[in-house]
Design a binder for this molecule. Structure first.
Ligand code: PEP
Ligand code: MG
Length: 324
C-alpha cells in the first residue's frame, strides 16, 4: 500500500485551497519506527508506552525504559515523538500489578488517575524520558486528563523530575512540550486558563467517542449505532477547536478515526491541522486531502448540518465522488 502512495510521500498534505494538514503516525513499539520514513509521517503524534510494560513479566527498570526511549528518539532522527505516559488500569492489567475488580474499568482507576494517586511508575517513566532525551527536545502527553487540576498535578510531577535531574547534573531536554489528551468531554469545558497552560491538546477520539455517546468502544452492538461524523460530534469539535484557536493552543487528533479518509476530510474541514494515525493510513489520507478544496468540504458539511442530517457522512461521500 505504501508503494502506491510513494509518489506523494515527500509532498505535503496540501489541499486545493492551500491549507496544509500535518500528518503524524501512531506507534507503540521500536519496530514501528521504520514506518516513519516509509510513510512520510512528519513525526510520531502518539507513542503508546503501555506495550513495553505489558510484554514483561515484571516492572521494567528505569534504565531499560530510558534506553528504549532513547532508541525511539534516535530512530526518529530529530522528528518529534509525543510520548504518552502509561495508560493502564483495570482493563489492561499488568502481570505484576494487583488486578482491581471494577465493574466499569474504562471509566475506572486508569491512566493519569493511577499516575497521580500512585506516582511511583509515572515518576520513573518521566525520569526515563528526560534521561533519554539527554539534551534533545522532548514531548510528553498525559492520557485521560478530565480536569485542569489533573493536568497541573501531572505537569508538577514532570517539573519535579526535571529538578531532580538538574541536581544530579544530567543534561536536561530542550524545547519541552507537555500536553494533555482530551478523551473526556469535560476537558473541553475546562477553564480558559487550562488552554493557556497546556502546551498542546491531542484529541483521543477512541475514548472521547465512547464517553460522548456513552457507548462502550468494545461493544460492537452499541458502538456501531453512532457515527463519528454525527453532527453532535462536529458541534463539539467545532467549539473545542474554536477555544484552542482563541488561546493559540495547538490541537491535534490522534484517535483511529483520523486515519479514515472521510473522517480526516471532515476533521481538516473543521479546522484540525494536525492528525495522527496508523502509518498505513498516511498515504490514503494525504491522497484524499490533496485532491480537494477544504472550503468546499466545509460548505458541504455546513449544508448537511443546516438540513438536519444526523451525520454528515453521506454528504461528504457525495462530495468526494464528485471530485476529479
Ligand atoms: C484514544 O482514546 O483515542 C487514544 C488514542 O488512546 P487509546 O486508543 O490508546 O485509548
Ligand atoms: Mg484513549
Amino acid at each position: 500500500a505504501q508503494a502506491r502512495y510513494a509518489g506523494i510521500r515527500e509532498l505535503p498534505a496540501q489541499s486545493k485551497c492551500g491549507t496544509v494538514t500535518a500528518l503524524h503516525m501512531n506507534a507503540g513499539l521500536m519496530a514501528d519506527l521504520p514506518s516513519l520514513e516509509g510513510s512520510g509521517a512528519e513525526g510520531v503524534g502518539l507513542f503508546r508506552t503501555e506495550l513495553q510494560f505489558l510484554i514483561r513479566s515484571q516492572m521494567p527498570r528505569r534504565g531499560e525504559l530510558s534506553a528504549l526511549y532513547a532508541q525511539v528518539m534516535d530512530a526518529a532522527k530529530g522528528k518529534r515523538v509525543a510520548f504518552r505516559t502509561l495508560d493502564i488500569g483495570s482493563d489492561k492489567v499488568l502481570p505484576y500489578m494487583k488486578p482491581n475488580d471494577e465493574p466499569n474499568p474504562a471509566m475506572g482507576w486508569r491512566a493519569i488517575r493511577v499516575g497521580l494517586e500512585k506516582p511511583g511508575v509515572l515518576r520513573m517513566q518521566l525520569q526515563a524520558l528526560i534521561r533519554a532525551a539527554n539534551g534533545r527536545p522532548l514531548t510528553v502527553m498525559f492520557p485521560f486528563v478530565a480536569q485542569l487540576e489533573e493536568f497541573r498535578s501531572a505537569r508538577a510531577e514532570f517539573e519535579k523530575a526535571m529538578a531532580r535531574e538538574r541536581i544530579l547534573g544530567h543534561p536536561l531536554p530542550t524545547d519541552v512540550k507537555i500536553g494533555a489528551m482530551l478523551e473526556t468531554p469535560s476537558l473541553a469545558f475546562a477553564p480558559d486558563i487550562f488552554f493557556r497552560e497546556v502546551d498542546f491538546i491531542s484529541i483521543g477520539g477512541n475514548d472521547l467517542k465512547q464517553f460522548f455517546f456513552a457507548a462502550d468502544r468494545e461493544n460492537e452492538r452499541v458502538r456501531r449505532r453512532y457515527d463519528t461524523l454525527n453532527v453532535s460530534v462536529l458541534s463539539f469539535l467545532e467549539q473545542l477547536i474554536a477555544r484552542c484557536h482563541a488561546h493559540h493552543t495547538p490541537v491535534s487528533f490522534c484517535g483511529e478515526d483520523a486515519g479514515r479518509p472521510v473522517e480526516a476530510v471532515a476533521f481538516a474541514a473543521m479546522g484540525l491541522r494536525n492528525l495522527s494515525m496508523r502509518p498505513a493510513s498516511i498515504g490514503p489520507v494525504k491522497h484524499m486531502l490533496r485532491r480537494l478544496n477544504l472550503d468546499d468540504a466545509r460548505g458541504v458539511i455546513h449544508e448537511a448540518r443546516e438540513r438536519g442530517d444526523q451525520s454528515v457522512r453521506g454528504a461528504i461521500n457525495d462530495f468526494l465522488r464528485q471530485q476529479a
